[in-house]
Design a protein. Structure first.
Length: 56
């Protein structure tokens, strides 16, 4: 589980927009870029090349 303090300062590395934490899938979601950044062992992987494109 990511700490609230970390979630408050993290932004999308592509657009610097807000991120939403999806606890179920353990991802940080940028709705503007339609990217999902995986969280592995409570560590966000904030690499654009490793982000997953969202459907739709």
């Amino acid at each position: 589980m990511l700490k609230r303090e970390l979630l408050d300062i993290l932004v999308c590395p592509k657009c610097r927009g807000e991120l939403e934490y999806d606890k179920k899938n353990e991802e940080l979601i940028c709705h503007k870029c339609r990217l999902a950044y995986q969280v592995k062992d409570d560590i966000p992987v904030m690499l654009i090349d490793e982000a997953r494109m969202l459907d739709g």
